[in-house]
Design a protein around this ligand. Structure first.
Ligand SMILES: [Zn+2]
Ligand SMILES: [Zn+2]
Length: 467
């Protein structure tokens, strides 16, 4: 006799049969199970029983109409990684995972961690308030456009063109379409502005001499960068044919100068009416061989650009200041003292016959100086370092000197004190190695340029342009 047990899926005995060796067992009626359909017995062949057997009912699960619960977060999402919510069927306990999207970073408003300069991009760092991750965004470099003469007077002489020196920063060489906002009717921008080494010329064309009486606030835009507003005043009082030259008399906005204090008056020998005749040598008693300006003083003296202040004793007076009239005279002489007798005199504080009269007229006519506005030039005012830089830069533009770029501009500690009209010039001359800072990395823009500093700047300026 053999014993054959039929059992259910969970081990419940359904039937026990005693079978003669070699005879078949008889399957009991199909059992049932909730959610399943009976499939077969396993093993399925019990037609010849030769040993004791246990035969198990097998089922196939019915398709469940799942009823999902509301789910449980089984993996929390992070800023960058998905999480998981797991749902469970309340009928069959089957589970189903569903991704929870990553939260993405919660960036703050960012902090400027590197300020942009005119030449270099800056950086802004954003921090995620959730995970602390940091993200750096580039801040574009500041493009700067400066019109050399912030205030100009267009004298309605004859129809023609007039030119403004333009300095830029961080703008690639090339010809740019220039737009000028608020141009008076009848005045147009002529051609493009060609920028080379961050300098160029804006040409305005007047259609006739009849434009008059308009003052407008102008702004020049080149390559997306806009100059500070500058003013163009049109005067139509006198029409003088200048051979088509037109005429803009640029003048810079400058504070009304405080009167020069009455200090020791030394009449510089190198200016009023005394020609450079080589009668001076460079053996100045107050310029010692080892001082930093020694070779510069020697250079300007030997080239007749500046001379001593006294013959007995032989003095150069390196720490005396320099007046605006002297600087203009030096540049005028550097240009070969061209005939200026027919030029108009735009300033009422520059008297006819003064030793600087021709030089100032010539410089104004060529856009090298522009005065304080209101017809004032201040010829006997001490020149400030930023005024000197501006005038030298204007001279370079006038003379078509291609100043080299020898180094990157490094902002001065007192950069913010440099007047807007002078900023481009200071940068340009710094890059060319003509001007530098003081020991505390200040530029001291409002400080007076001493004769030693003037000698030094002139020497470097001249050697820069000759390079
Ligand atoms: Zn289910
Ligand atoms: Zn994050």
């Amino acid at each position: 006799m053999r014993v054959v047990q039929f059992i259910d899926w969970d081990g419940t005995v359904i039937d026990i049969q005693s079978i003669l060796h070699g005879f078949p067992a008889t399957a009991p009626p199909d059992p049932s199970r909730g959610g399943y359909t009976f499939d077969r017995w396993n093993p399925s062949d019990f037609s010849i029983v030769v040993s004791d057997m246990t035969i198990t009912a097998t089922y196939i699960a019915d398709e469940c109409e799942h009823v999902w619960d509301s789910g449980t977060v089984t993996l929390e999402p992070t800023c960058t990684e998905d999480g998981v919510r797991t749902f469970t069927c309340t009928r069959c306990d089957e589970t189903r995972p569903e991704p929870i999207p990553a939260l993405s970073h919660a960036w703050d408003d960012g902090t400027v961690t590197l300020k942009p300069t005119v030449d270099k991009e800056g950086e802004k760092t954003f921090t995620c308030g959730r995970c602390g991750e940091e993200r750096v965004e580039m801040i574009p470099a500041l493009h700067v456009v400066t019109v050399g003469a912030q205030v100009g007077t267009l004298r309605a002489r004859a129809a023609g063109t007039v030119k403004f020196p333009v300095t830029t920063a961080n703008i690639a060489d090339g010809a740019y379409a220039a737009t000028v906002a608020n141009l008076p009717t009848g005045v147009t921008v002529q051609g493009q502005v060609a920028i080379t080494n961050n300098a160029g010329t804006l040409t305005l064309a007047a259609s006739s001499s009849t434009i008059a009486g308009t003052t407008d606030s102008l702004a020049l835009t080149i390559s997306g960068a806009t100059s500070p507003a500058f003013t163009l005043t049109i005067e139509a009082a006198t029409v003088t044919n200048t051979g088509g030259g037109g005429g803009i008399m640029p003048s810079q906005p400058q504070p009304t100068p405080t009167p020069t204090p009455a200090t020791t008056v030394i009449t510089p020998i190198d200016v009023p009416g005394i020609s450079f005749n080589g009668s001076y040598n460079d053996s100045f008693e107050d310029v010692a061989t080892g001082v930093w300006y020694y070779s510069d003083v020697k250079y300007v003296a030997r080239n007749g650009l500046m001379n001593g202040t006294s013959t007995s004793p032989m003095l150069f007076s390196p720490s005396l200041s320099t007046t605006r009239g002297m600087i203009v005279t030096i540049l005028y002489r550097l240009s070969g003292s061209p005939d200026a007798s027919a030029l108009p005199s735009p300033f009422d504080d520059v008297a006819a016959g003064a030793w600087y009269f021709d030089a100032v007229k010539w410089a104004a006519e060529n856009g090298i100086v522009s005065g304080y506005g209101g017809g004032k030039f201040g010829p006997v005012d001490d020149i400030t370092r930023e005024q000197l830089a501006t005038i030298l830069n204007n001279y370079a533009i006038f003379a078509g000197l291609n100043l080299p770029t020898k180094k990157e501009y490094q902002a001065f500690a007192d950069d913010a004190n440099i007047a807007g009209y002078a900023k481009g010039a200071v940068e340009r001359l710094f890059k060319a190695g003509v001007v530098g800072g003081k020991q505390d990395n200040s530029f001291d823009p409002k400080g007076n340029a001493t004769r030693a500093e003037v000698a030094s700047m002139l020497t470097r300026f001249i050697s820069a342009k000759e390079a």
